[in-house]
Design a protein around this ligand. Structure first.
Ligand code: PLP
Length: 317
């Protein structure tokens, strides 16, 4: 990562944070003729502007609450909607298991603060989402590498604070973890005492084939209830509805959600009230249809890209 020189005596914690390579990569987007595969940037033509406009008008028509402070856990109707939605990854939960955060970056920052002391182990795959590494790096943790071989999880770590995984369509590898690998990751979490962070950013954007059960769902099923589970499921509306609204949720045991909420409260009180209300309205009035549209649009581009690579790229690409 790029280092930033500051001629002042800054804290050790701040020195551990480096400029994000992703932002550097995204700058390339401005070059004429550049088609960049570097970032997961949604196509703006898929943003349903009319529905957003109507939803903002609806939120503002309701006696000013949308412009008021609100609760740190998140807008209760949105949290109830999300709790119902968590039945898809097989997690039986209530709004007490949901915290709304300002983007995945904030969610990961809160999780790092809750579980990692300096020198605690963070277990990740060798290539993983740079934004997650950047957000967590302020904790001054040690990175430990995880490799999957024949469905087994291999790492040198014997104890750890966190395991971070992107089980579906991982960034940057595009890889999806098998059912066995998910089981092995859970077993590793229970064995090392770590909490497993399941970053489900791309889970809804499956173009074909059967969904593989979420690690969080497997964990809850094995433990008997979400209260005994060790997985924090991180979902986002960034790739399906809008990244600019920064609406993200963490689902996990209520005791952990309460601790994460206290840390969030110390940082920013709550996620923007009006954006949560707008998101809730859009989610309630046709989330699945919007996701279906995005899926179809991106799948056809994926097919066109693969076709072009087959025809034009050198053999072996
Ligand atoms: C794996 C992964 N997690 C999280 C994010 C960021 O999501 P958000 O916009 O919710 O912060 C990205 C964005 O590219 C990503 O690839």
């Amino acid at each position: 990562m790029t280092s930033v020189d500051v001629p002042y005596a800054v804290s050790r914690r701040a020195s551990a944070i480096r400029a994000a390579e992703i932002r550097e990569l995204l700058k390339l987007l401005d070059r004429p003729g550049m088609i960049s595969f570097a970032g997961g940037i949604p196509d703006p033509s898929l943003f349903d502007l009319e529905r957003f406009r109507t939803a903002y008008e609806f939120a503002l028509a309701e006696n000013g609450n949308a412009l008021q402070y609100s609760t740190s856990e998140g807008y209760p109707p949105l949290r109830r909607w999300l709790a119902r939605r968590m039945s898809q990854p097989g997690v039986d939960c209530t709004e007490g298991n949901i915290l709304v955060t300002h983007g995945s970056q904030q969610g990961l920052d809160l999780i790092g603060k809750l579980f990692l002391d300096p020198r605690s182990a963070l277990i990740t795959e060798a290539s993983t989402y740079l934004g997650a590494l950047q957000s967590i790096s302020a904790c001054e943790q040690d990175f430990m590498t995880l490799r999957f071989r024949d469905g087994l999880a291999e790492t040198n770590a014997t104890a750890a604070g966190l395991i971070y995984l992107v089980p579906d369509f991982a960034n940057p590898t595009g890889r999806t973890m098998t059912l066995d690998e998910r089981g092995a990751a859970l077993e590793l979490a229970h064995r090392t005492g770590a909490v497993l962070v399941e970053d489900a950013t791309y889970t809804d954007l499956r173009y074909e084939g059967e969904r593989i059960p979420a690690t969080a769902g497997l964990d809850v099923a094995a433990c008997g209830s979400i209260g005994a589970a060790r997985t924090l499921y991180c979902g986002t509306f960034s790739k399906t509805l809008s990244p600019g609204l920064r609406e993200v949720w963490i689902c996990g045991p209520a005791t952990l959600i309460r601790r994460l909420t206290m840390i969030k409260q110390a940082g920013d009180h709550h996620t923007a009230t009006i954006n949560q209300q707008v998101l809730h309205r859009i989610a309630e009035t046709g989330f699945d249809a919007t996701v279906d549209q995005a899926r179809a649009a991106y799948a056809s581009r994926r097919n066109a890209t693969l076709d072009a690579l087959r025809r034009h790229a050198p053999v072996g690409v």
